[in-house]
Design a protein around this ligand. Sequence first.
Ligand SMILES: Nc1ncnc2c1ncn2[C@@H]1O[C@H](COP(=O)(O)OP(=O)(O)O)[C@@H](O)[C@H]1O
Ligand SMILES: [Mg+2]
Length: 331
Amino acid sequence: MLLRLAAERRVLFLGGKGGVGKTTLASAGALAAARAGRRVLVVSTDPAHNLGHLWDRRIGDRPTTLDAGADGGVLRGLEIDPDATTDQHLRDVGRSLRRLMPAHLAGEVDRHMELSRRSPGTHEAALLERITELVEQGREEHDLLVFDTAPSGHTARMMALPELMTAWTDGLLQRRERSRRLGAARRGLDGDHGDRILGSSAPRDPLEERDEEIRAILLRRRDRLAGLRAVLTDAEICSFAIVLAAERLPVLETIALHEELTRTGVDVGALVVNKRSPADRGDFLARRHAVEAEHLGTLREALPAVPLQEVPLGEEDVVGPAALERFAALL
Ligand SMILES: Nc1ncnc2c1ncn2[C@@H]1O[C@H](COP(=O)(O)OP(=O)(O)O)[C@@H](O)[C@H]1O
Ligand SMILES: [Mg+2]
């Protein structure tokens, strides 16, 4: 199922707890797609990156070729640098704010931005900005973007951000519009701007110009987020694969994550149960296999419509391109 999603979708997210195999599966799926002729970018958004460890090479915040692919396909990888991304985001927001605030408040703006760096949500907002950028650009340069994400809670919250932020921006825009109309009506009553209504070329007042600029910034932001949301919620373009171990708590968490993503409008295209114990390698593992089967029963019952894929536990860790290729063949 994971390979089918990697072959058919344009954007694929993998999420789940730490250590379940997200990076391994994201890489293997991306590799298979590149060998099948797709231009693929695998992006790690988890600050605790392990894409580089897995490929046994240094990968930074710029696309690095990981595999030459075949038939015109190629696989590139990128690890988002959390600090640089947050810095860039704060610089952009700070620049807009400074332009819009009276000059003597520039110091205040800088102090505010410095405090924001440590406030909850800032990193998610910055990451979301970066993901938006990658989706906008990446869709031209790549046929498939695979996002290897950070453990669950964080990611589901981030997927809901475009909707929240669009609503927030819309609210602000509405309020601005209302106060603009009120202001215009008041000025109309005062009779001081009557000439403008008649279309004279009187100079615009700086406050009004600043209002226009704020509006333009908010509108641009809303359009970009709405664009991202349109991608995230189009099941033909984008899908989310939840990776888990066949254990009690991960199963419960998967059901909750599925619920959260579905509520946000994101398609959950696969449940990938990784490191499944073999039934035929001695009593201990056979018992483990049976216990896992019970947990998978709970999962199937709760989410009967979502394709479920089991991936066997291997004898060794998956490290390096050759091991990844072998691993991809298991999918
Ligand atoms: N099916 C598997 N069999 C054996 N080892 C696996 C399997 N899938 C993943 N691993 C190993 O488990 C560890 C964690 O995998 P990783 O993909 O880094 O998890 P995550 O990205 O979810 O934290 C790695 O050492 C990886 O090689
Ligand atoms: Mg990982």
